[in-house]
Design a protein around this ligand. Structure first.
Ligand code: PMP
Length: 417
């Protein structure tokens, strides 16, 4: 077999969770003396060794401040930092790396846009959201409304958890200030038709921000094809560390918007009688950035790209289908968010068991899930629930871990139901 054929065979070999798990040392740890079954990936994913190695390499080989240095370590750090920006550009297929601003995560990315849009909003402006948004894609817009007098409009969610697209269409009127929607619902896993949404927005001449926190590590992305104006995401939900993320913004926006924070890095010249700003993306990156985080985010993207995001997503889909089937067999269990397509997130309630009690019982079995309102209180209100239990999967989870989830639910039912 030639080297190329061998490499191709390797690339096309089916992936298995078992082999991928070896890349994630934290998955081999124990909780309450049981093997960890980590099913809280929508809150934050675990890191592969490759990401930790990139962090260590950065610290040892190149840590220094970026952009301003006149020495070799700073040059090395700058090259690695800007290399990470190029990886983020490629990840989203943005036209230029200058359209990628590093932030602390999706929350900061959305706040950046909300803060910088003040000058375009007034008491006649309206912003369209959906009923399934994370608080990060609600509160910054409420604050914008308080500052400018603008108003929020909210598109409803159907009983299946799908966005009511007909109602949404009716709310997309020319003159709308902005549409801000989540790509994937963190509380239900439902994937929104962002292509249709962007098409509607373009026809009406309305800018669109997409909250991609739950999508960026699971769904192949192409912001040029999508035609969105802004795309926000967090590194820690895609196998990189916390405290790093990015905002994609189409170039004309970054030229037009005023800066977010002021300080070093974002300026060209500072005098007491006035300051000129740096060019994007630096205009929006005041202060010393999270250099290590950005480099590690680049390493996480390399890891995912190396395995092929579509192949990893196929593993997650298999887990979703298997877990949905098994959970639906549990008496008294109801899944919130049954629409398709879905990412590998399952929210559910069980008659007679509070989600927090369930979470505690499962934790003692070594199974980590999330319980509560998932920072989506308006969505919980829509379903008349204080909260749900949520199991969220990554490609490194196994069918056996799903079985342990179901068995732990059985234990909780014996105790409470
Ligand atoms: N949007 C969605 C849909 C999310 O799931 C989250 C995180 N739960 C956020 C925004 C905020 O992300 P971060 O806390 O990383 O800024």
């Amino acid at each position: 077999m030639s080297r190329v054929t061998a490499q191709l065979a390797e690339v096309q070999a089916p992936l298995s969770a078992e082999s991928l798990r070896a890349d994630f040392p934290s998955l081999a740890t124990r909780v309450h003396d049981k093997p960890l079954a980590y099913l809280d990936n929508a809150a934050s994913t675990q890191r592969p060794q490759a990401v930790m190695d990139a962090l260590t390499e950065y610290e040892v080989e190149m840590h220094a401040n970026v952009h301003r240095g006149v020495h070799a370590r700073s040059d090395k750090a700058t090259a690695a930092f800007e290399g990470a920006r190029e990886r983020a550009r490629a990840w989203l297929n943005a036209a230029s790396g200058d359209e990628l601003v590093f932030t602390r995560g999706a929350t900061e990315s959305i706040n950046l846009v909300a803060r910088c849009l003040d000058h375009r909003m007034d008491s006649g402006s309206e912003i369209l959201l959906t009923g399934m948004e994370h608080h990060s894609n609600i509160v910054p817009w409420q604050q914008l409304c308080q500052r400018t007098g603008a108003r929020l409009k909210v598109a409803p969610v159907l009983d299946s958890g799908a966005l009511d697209l007909d109602a949404f269409r009716g709310l997309v009127t020319p003159g709308l200030g902005l549409i801000a929607v989540t790509h994937v619902s963190n509380a239900m896993g439902v994937i929104n038709p962002v292509d249709d949404i962007c098409r509607m927005a373009r026809q009406a001449g309305v800018p669109v921000l997409i909250d991609g926190a739950q999508a960026a590590g699971h769904v192949p992305l192409d912001v040029q094809e999508l035609g969105c104006d802004f795309y926000a995401f967090s590194g820690h939900k895609m196998y990189a560390p916390t405290g790093i993320g990015a905002l994609y913004a189409r170039a004309p926006w970054l030229d037009d918007l005023p800066p977010f924070l002021g300080g070093g890095e974002m300026i060209l010249e500072v005098r007491f009688d006035g300051t000129t700003y740096n060019t994007p993306p630096h205009k929006f990156e005041a202060g010393t950035p999270n250099i290590a985080g950005a480099i590690a985010l680049g390493a996480a993207m390399d890891y995912l790209a190396g395995h092929g995001l579509a192949r990893l997503a196929a593993l997650e889909h298999e887990l979703l289908e298997y877990a949905t089937g098994r959970l639906l067999d549990v008496p008294g269990l109801r899944i919130i968010g049954t629409a398709s397509p879905k990412s590998a997130v399952i929210s559910f309630v069980i008659d007679g068991i509070h989600p927090h009690d369930l979470g505690t019982v499962l934790d003692h079995e070594g199974v980590a899930i999330r319980a509560g309102h998932h920072c989506a209180m308006p969505l919980m209100d829509r379903f008349g629930l204080p909260g749900t239990a949520r199991a969220s999967f990554a490609f490194y989870n196994t069918l056996e871990e799903v079985d342990r989830l179901v068995s732990g639910i059985g234990t909780a039912r014996k105790l409470f139901a």
